[in-house]
Design a protein around this ligand. Sequence first.
Ligand code: NAP
Ligand code: ZN
Length: 352
Amino acid sequence: MYKTKAYAAPSAIAPLAATTISRREPTDRDVQVEILFCGICHSDLHSVRNEWSEFMATTYPIVPGHEILGRVTKVGAAVTRFKPGDRAAVGCLIDSDRTCPQCKAGLENFCPNLTLTFNSPDKHLGGVTYGGYSDSIVVDERFVLRVPANLDPAGAAPLLCAGITTYSPLRRWGVTKGKKVGIVGLGGLGHMGVKIAHALGAHVVAFTTSPGKKEDALRLGADEVVVSRNTDEMQKHANSFDFILDAVSANHDINAYLNLLGIDGNLALVGAPAKPFAVSAFSLLMGRRCLSGSNIGGLPETQEMLDFCGAHNITADVEIIPIQKVNEAYERLLKADVKYRFSIDMASLKSE
Ligand code: NAP
Ligand code: ZN
């Protein structure tokens, strides 16, 4: 074991603060990564505040962070794909059982025994896993990803969650040229959804509650922008979408979006508010519509997404912050005030 610096929340109501955690020394198959940038996902905030207590209760202290980009500092003897000095990335998963049908199909994200990057039982050290708000992390090679060299590191970090979480459903549900696609919520996930759906060739309509984000949405790749609080603007798109991706972090009226789907249209949820939605049967019956969901992505698809982003030169639009501003950043997330992902410059942790 070795000690490394981190930022942790000691309880659901306390701010995050500097601390020291233990990591394992790399085993034969492990890669040790010095973390350069870590994105702030709204899931970090949901977890820190234990908002998902019914589904995955938080164990404290929690060190969040699953959008990790860094440089390899050490590898175990059996590691073949990485060497010290390489750029490397880690997303939401750091282990799985590797034997279940989902793992065999490259859908480790649906493995019943998966280990999440933070707040999962730690098989090596006991306790729970600690995430990317730290100096370094040690991960089995199988769960370490390659990031194309042309991508800016601060903007590439958020691809590891916001990128794959939007890429996976857009691909799964056949988003391509000729499809009309809605993206709801212009936060970290939503703005990646707009960029990726645009790169896939779809006609993209961005839905936002923030009129001030309209111009940005067009710049990010939307063909049209709808301020969702304006019912007339919404009504113009009734029964017209092939697919809508809902990336909103809070409860909202989902029927308003279901009613925009055409026949056999599908609305996929990636946003994860803790409270259930109220769904009108008629929103689904009319037009044989589907309501579905999607959760991050498996390792092969995450690498595919990174390569796709490399080929299309796609990264997140980031506001780079020092770790000392993380609590302020959380408050801004709650106000939908981020353009469009916070990326923590981990060098700032060295001064703690
Ligand atoms: P974020 O950056 O905070 O963005 C959320 C956006 O939702 C806001 O920018 C805002 O966009 C909109 N919004 C916020 N409050 C709203 C409200 N009351 N009514 C309507 N719209 C509202 O969050 P994120 O990191 O993108 O994450 C979004 C959600 O996805 C979170 O719940 C997160 O936990 C979840 N998530 C799920 C997965 C998965 O695998 N399924 C992975 C990562 C994250 P506008 O200003 O444009 O309205
Ligand atoms: Zn995330």
